[in-house]
Design a protein around this ligand. Structure first.
Ligand code: PGA
Length: 242
């Protein structure tokens, strides 16, 4: 399976930031890579990003509501993301779980909404530091997988992102052995051969070793996705293997 390098801009990006997507598109056109490349800008920029990214980059959303439409002020449906030109959507990011109280059941409903709209759901899971220190990381991730990944997930419609909460935006990462062990564990919990991304402080300096680990199907990148020059280094560190 091709690796996927996905950028999550979070609540960052104005019109001027689209220059980074254009720069990335130019770099990819000059030096084609073997992985899939996705950028998830804020929803306000999706359609403009689609218009400016050329064919080599896919554009995705960072969250969606489970319903198609209705009285949900401020929310955005998967159909709206699709209509704006998105091909994927992140669901269940730990920041959504933490700041918006999203449960596994809500995340599963959002993943189904993504499928309904024809989007790939990138379903995020990951343990907190106290959970890891208590030796419960594998158990927590197993529970999140069983609650957040709906029946019917295939490699076409679903990607898993393992993001230890304590590694997000902190500069800290698990050891390579810990990443490998968790990815093997996630693989053993899944019924179908889904792509499993690693996320949490992936940067140009550590991308190559992380992306070379068995069962790592790509990366979900936050901070280092905001600058095309950093992100392209991570994209170039990916490989075509499993
Ligand atoms: P980070 O974020 O790369 O800035 O740690 C990753 C994420 O939250 O997806």
């Amino acid at each position: 399976m091709r690796q996927l390098i996905a950028g999550n801009w979070k609540m960052n990006g104005l019109d001027a930031s689209l220059a980074e997507i254009e720069a990335l598109a130019r770099m990819l056109a000059a030096k084609p890579v073997r992985c899939d490349v996705l950028i998830c800008p804020p929803a306000t920029l999706i359609s403009r990003a689609v218009g400016r990214c050329g064919g080599g980059i896919q554009i995705g959303g960072q969250d969606c509501h489970a319903d198609i439409s209705g009285a949900f002020t401020g929310d955005i449906s998967a159909e709206m993301l699709r209509d704006a030109g998105a091909t994927a959507v992140i669901v269940g990011h730990s920041e959504r779980r933490q700041y918006h109280g999203e449960t596994d059941a809500i995340v599963a409903a959002k993943a189904k909404a993504a499928w309904r709209a024809g989007l790939t759901a990138i379903i995020c899971i990951g343990e907190t530091l106290p959970e890891r220190e208590a030796g419960k990381a594998e158990q927590v991730c197993k529970m999140q997988l069983s609650g957040s990944v709906p029946r019917g997930a295939t490699s076409e419609n679903t990607t898993i992102a393992y993001e230890p909460v304590w590694a997000i935006g902190t500069g800290k990462t698990p050891t390579n052995a810990e990443i490998e062990a968790m990815h093997r564990h996630i693989r053993s919990c899944l019924g179908s051969p889904l792509r499993i991304l690693y996320g949490g402080s992936v940067k140009p300096s550590n991308a190559k070793e992380i992306l070379a680990l068995p069962e790592v199907g790509g990366a979900l990148v936050g901070g280092a996705s905001l600058k095309a020059s950093d992100f392209i280094t991570i994209v170039e560190a990916s490989h075509a293997g499993a």
